[in-house]
Design a binder for this molecule. Structure first.
Ligand code: MN
Length: 133
């Protein structure tokens, strides 16, 4: 099963995401901050990363930049979990190299759809919506 790394400093959110992903059959790796998240990404090579943006010290933007700078991790999709829709967090997340974003509070069915679409794209299956470029 695909391996998903959840980088999230809020324990309640982290546990909730972990449970729901595991129930769907995903293998889940957890990191409580950006620094640990980058270390686990390097060691475990997850298939996809869910990245909280607002974290102390190494935040999600910096952790994403570090992950994307690793040649063997550059193609791993990263979904940014942003707290506010209106603060420019999305744009900053995409600029840091995130593949997609999801605004909190998490709507799990929607997030699952985003995860599955990216995993499908990565596995080489043709995406549901053809890329115009
Ligand atoms: Mn947070």
């Amino acid at each position: 099963m695909p391996k998903i790394l959840v980088v999230e400093d809020n324990e309640e959110n982290r546990d909730s995401l972990s449970r729901r992903l595991q129930r769907r059959g995903f293998e889940v790796l957890l990191a409580p901050d950006g620094k640990v998240g980058v270390a686990i990404a390097k060691a475990e090579k997850p298939d996809l990363v869910l990245m909280d943006m607002n974290m102390p010290e190494v935040d999600g933007w910096e952790a994403t930049r570090q992950i994307k700078a690793e040649p063997d991790l550059a193609n791993v999709p990263v979904i940014a979990l942003t707290a506010h829709a209106m603060t420019g967090d999305k744009e900053r997340a995409m600029a840091a190299g995130c593949t997609d974003y999801h605004t909190k509070p998490i709507e799990f069915p929607k997030l699952l759809g985003q995860i599955e679409a990216l995993l499908q794209e990565k596995s080489g299956a043709s995406p549901a919506i053809p890329n115009p470029t």
